[in-house]
Design a protein around this ligand. Structure first.
Ligand SMILES: Cc1cc2nc3c(=O)[nH]c(=O)nc-3n(C[C@H](O)[C@H](O)[C@H](O)COP(=O)(O)O)c2cc1C
Length: 194
């Protein structure tokens, strides 16, 4: 009888130890897999760069700037020479794509990058900086580009870099633009959890 109850207790102790060990291993894994989010951005005049750099730390993300390194400015319809041309995104489950608004279509650098790189069902948040928030027909181009690259668009945010009435718009300071972008953090985090 005594031997029997001892063996039950040793089985329970074994289970408890096993569960504890599994938790320790999974905690270790969670803390050592690095950021799961990658911020990819293009910026010509610095607004999108400032916004993306400000979001990097609070989102615990890696960040890569895609640059236009064309020797001569690409003519209309020509693809720019970009750097980096491709990125190994296999470690990331979510991608934030930052870009300025240039009329209704995607900016050529981001278009070129997404034509060369597949997003393999990754979660994507698009974030643009823009003089004024654009209507749906202007955001559709970026959304379709991401979808065609295989990404799953979870959300689209626009950070306005100007303020004031139409007749007298003025540029916000970079600090104000960044502060406005940081207000989006709770929403971006929530979107990434979808
Ligand atoms: C070629 C070009 C086209 C633009 N077209 C628009 C536009 O259609 N609507 C708008 O609100 N802002 C437009 N802008 C303003 C930019 O979207 C805005 O200044 C943006 O914050 C620039 O981002 P960046 O500093 O990261 O390059 C345009 C800017 C450039 C240079």
């Amino acid at each position: 009888m005594k031997t029997h109850s001892l063996s039950i207790w040793s089985k329970i102790a074994g289970c408890v130890l096993g569960i504890l060990l599994m938790n320790v291993v999974s905690l270790y894994a969670q803390n050592n897999t690095g950021p799961a989010t990658l911020i990819l951005f293009y910026s010509k005049t610095g607004n999108t760069r400032a916004v993306c750099q400000a979001l990097q730390k609070p989102l615990n993300a890696d960040i890569v700037e895609i640059k236009d390194v064309s020797k001569t400015p690409p003519k209309k319809g020509e693809k720019p020479d970009i750097q980096p041309k491709s990125i190994d995104m296999s470690a990331y489950s979510s991608i934030i794509i930052g870009a300025p608004t240039w009329g209704p279509g995607p900016v050529p650098v981001i278009r070129t990058f997404l034509q060369n790189n597949k997003l393999n069902r990754k979660k994507v948040v698009i974030l643009t900086t823009t003089n004024v928030p654009m209507p749906d027909q202007f955001t559709a181009g970026n959304k379709n580009l991401v979808k065609n690259a295989g990404g799953n668009v979870l959300a689209y945010y626009q950070v306005a870099v100007q303020e004031g009435p139409k007749s007298a718009r003025i540029n916000k300071t970079k600090e104000q633009v960044v502060a406005d972008a940081l207000k989006l953090l709770p929403e971006i985090k929530k979107a990434l959890l979808k």
